[in-house]
Ligand binder design. Sequence first.
Ligand SMILES: CCCCCCCC(=O)SCCNC(=O)CCNC(=O)[C@H](O)C(C)(C)COP(=O)(O)OP(=O)(O)OC[C@H]1O[C@@H](n2cnc3c(N)ncnc32)[C@H](O)[C@@H]1OP(=O)(O)O
Length: 181
Amino acid sequence: METEPPVRHPDAPAPGTKLGQHYSRCFGCGDEQPGGLRLSATAGEGVSLVAEFEVTEAHEGAPGLAHGGLLACAFDEALGGANAMLRLPAVTGHLQTDFRRPVPVGTRLHITAQVDGVAGRKIYSSAAGRLNGPDGQLALHARALFVIVDVSHFTTHGNREQIAKLSWDQAARDEQLDFNP
Ligand SMILES: CCCCCCCC(=O)SCCNC(=O)CCNC(=O)[C@H](O)C(C)(C)COP(=O)(O)OP(=O)(O)OC[C@H]1O[C@@H](n2cnc3c(N)ncnc32)[C@H](O)[C@@H]1OP(=O)(O)O
């Protein structure tokens, strides 16, 4: 199947808009998840976003260095967040992460994530992570495939009570997700 260029949804948050956490217990962005990444994201131009988080001792793998799996988690979160510019619910089908430089505790990891193409239900995305700012040293690169799902993916397999409390935009729910918990 051919890949189409991604189309920014007309109601996507304007570039520069800070995106809220999508779920307070999310390990990637939630503020009620102890040791979570607390990644904060801002809508970018086109179908992209910029995200940042601070690597703390809660994220260590080796002494003083970030755990690779947690860094991959940050990319999952940032790449997943970029789908908000399409306003389509999607889950990660495949995620690959290249670790080019160690990431020390205390680093503020700066991630740019973008959707590169869409083919049917498949969303192809990529992201780069730099140390301590947009012009910092390139430390990581990731590619992902997200698969567009119906909201029943979450209601069937997840916790319906928690889903009902999600801070998803009501209009998006009504318009796109036909969500009626
Ligand atoms: C703001 C929000 C931020 C969120 C960030 C965090 C995001 C996440 O972490 S989501 C959680 C982790 N992911 C999951 O739990 C997903 C688990 N997997 C699944 O539920 C299913 O496998 C799912 C939904 C991905 C696909 O299943 P299903 O709906 O039956 O579709 P299926 O027909 O198998 O696949 C659809 C297409 O994707 C392709 N595909 C699916 N998985 C993969 C894969 N791993 N690699 C390559 N292609 C794949 C299939 O080949 C198929 O392609 P085509 O249309 O060309 O035939």
